[in-house]
Design a protein around this ligand. Structure first.
Ligand SMILES: [Zn+2]
Length: 494
């Protein structure tokens, strides 16, 4: 029998020990403070004892300070064998912390008391991530007992705080004890994969979201020279951003697709009506970047592309990295997230499924407001705080369309009610349609044409009259005009 065969045979023989090991780990609940626990201390103490049975030639517990945890720290365990061999090491990295069991009524028993059913071990944490701890432990034990000698150093790293951000776990180790891991070390992380175990993930592309805000000047569509169309700017920018593909064009067949991707995705709604040239457009790109590139370099490049275009078109373009807030990103359960508002101004609502917030501030709510949003899945929750400022939006102009109509003498233009539209424009670039009955109408010559309070325009005699349409909101009155030409016959001219 070769050493490898001998090793495998020994592993088969560990079944009972593996179940006991799993049961011991499961009963030592390791929940981080973010999940309502005190930390991984009990599990770490047990592992410390078990690892010593395998006689590592280096052992240390690295304590990441965390005042919320028991004794003010989070334990991280490092054990190394054959440290003296001067070749890159092989590591297995596992995490000790678990996620809460959630609704206990959905469990058939105590989640912290392991059961064995049909060849499966059931309990909170047995898979995520105790299977990694247990497998690496018994693999090492089997190798040792088979008398196989290591040709490279072997390390086990059992870390804290993987489930809620790694700040007190792997991040802490890398920042404060980075010398443990060398560039050429092989690090196996048995904490993901598919059901039959055939998937091996070796790296992930970096994800980057960028928001572009293109600001020009809003105006009526009939007089584009009076404004600066932000939609032209946004469209050209989207095309120019294709330059990122050329600049960051490395390929790596390990990834699918093998290139970095830069895709425009979300485009925010701009003006509500067709006859307004937009003054502000906002869109986003989603980038998936090969690890050989730095995310900051992509953002820098996008900023330069935007700067060039802004200069050419006399627009202002803001480029911002969108920080991804997604507690679900590493969530194997793929649970549905639900959103709720914890603190918020009166009248604000949130869509529990999409997280989209809706609020029309009342006049007395103008000013800054603190908002706290809670996001949760079945097992855990997280909150995000931000401040928004409600400022008064001011009516800046109204647009009346069409600009002129032609009527026949002594006719009411019944259709004018249908065709006449009034749009109110506000600072910050928003606008809305105004009901004709909310406007006032004044004719330059009632003997030629006039409008009633519903916006219906009637003709009296031949000539030209100018009807001034006015709209008042919050004490601000704005007007626009419509020219009425009255002809003697209902000819084809109109
Ligand atoms: Zn995990």
């Amino acid at each position: 029998m070769t050493g490898v065969e001998e090793t495998y045979k020994r592993i088969e023989g560990y079944e009972d020990q593996i179940i006991t090991f799993q049961a011991d780990l499961t009963s030592r609940v390791a929940l981080g403070p973010d999940n309502g626990g005190t930390g991984e201390h009990e599990k770490a103490a047990y592992l410390k004892k078990r690892l010593k049975e395998l006689g590592p030639d280096h052992f240390e517990e690295i304590r990441a300070p965390d005042m919320r945890a028991k004794d003010g720290y989070r334990p991280n365990i490092i054990a190394l064998w054959e440290r003296h061999i001067r070749t890159p090491a092989t590591w297995v990295l596992c995490h000790m912390d678990i996620v809460p069991p959630g609704d206990l009524s959905l469990w058939d028993g105590d989640p912290y008391q392991v059961r064995v059913e049909e060849g499966k071990i059931i309990g909170r944490g047995v898979e995520d991530n105790q299977h990694g701890i247990v497998s690496s432990y018994f693999a090492l034990k089997a190798i040792q007992e088979s008398g196989v000698t290591f040709r490279r150093p072997v390390g086990l790293a059992f870390v804290a705080d993987e489930e809620t951000g790694s700040e007190y776990g792997l991040d802490y180790l890398l920042k404060n004890h980075g010398e443990l891991f060398k560039n050429d070390d092989l690090i196996i992380v048995p904490d993901g994969g598919n059901e039959d175990g055939t998937m091996i993930e070796v790296a992930e592309k970096s994800m980057l979201w960028i928001k572009f805000t293109v600001t020009g000047k809003q105006c009526h569509a009939s007089t584009p020279d009076k404004g600066n169309n932000s939609l032209y700017g946004a469209a050209r920018l989207i095309v120019d951003l294709e330059g990122l593909k050329k600049e960051f064009n490395l390929e790596d067949d390990i990834f699918s697709p093998s290139i970095s991707t830069f895709e425009p995705t979300k485009f925010e709604a701009n003006v509500p009506n067709i006859n307004t040239i937009p003054g502000k457009d906002v869109f986003y790109i989603d980038c998936r970047i090969l690890p050989s590139y730095q995310v900051e370099d992509i953002v820098e490049s996008a900023k330069n592309i935007a700067k060039d275009l802004a200069k050419r078109l006399d627009l202002s373009i803001k480029v911002e990295q969108v920080y991804i807030y997604d507690v679900n990103a590493n969530d194997f359960e793929n649970d549905v997230l639900t959103y709720s508002l914890l603190s918020y101004p009166k009248g604000m609502t949130i869509d529990t499924l999409t997280g989209i917030i809706n609020w029309i501030p009342a006049k007395e709510q103008i000013g800054e407001h603190e908002i706290t949003v809670n996001v949760e899945d079945r097992w855990r929750n997280d909150t995000q705080n931000f401040t928004i400022e409600a400022s008064e939006i001011l009516l800046t102009s109204i647009d009346v369309v069409p600009e002129y109509i032609i009527l026949a003498e002594k006719y009411s233009n019944l259709l004018s009610q249908k065709f006449l539209t009034v749009t109110a424009n506000y600072d910050y670039g928003s606008s809305k349609s105004i009901a004709l009955s909310e406007c006032n109408y004044e004719s330059s010559d009632e003997n030629i044409a006039f409008a009633d309070h519903t916006g219906m325009i009637s003709a009296t005699s031949r000539g030209k009259a100018v009807i001034t349409v006015s709209y008042t909101e919050n004490g601000i009155k704005k007007s626009d005009t419509i020219d009425v030409f009255v002809r003697s016959l209902p000819s084809g001219e109109g």
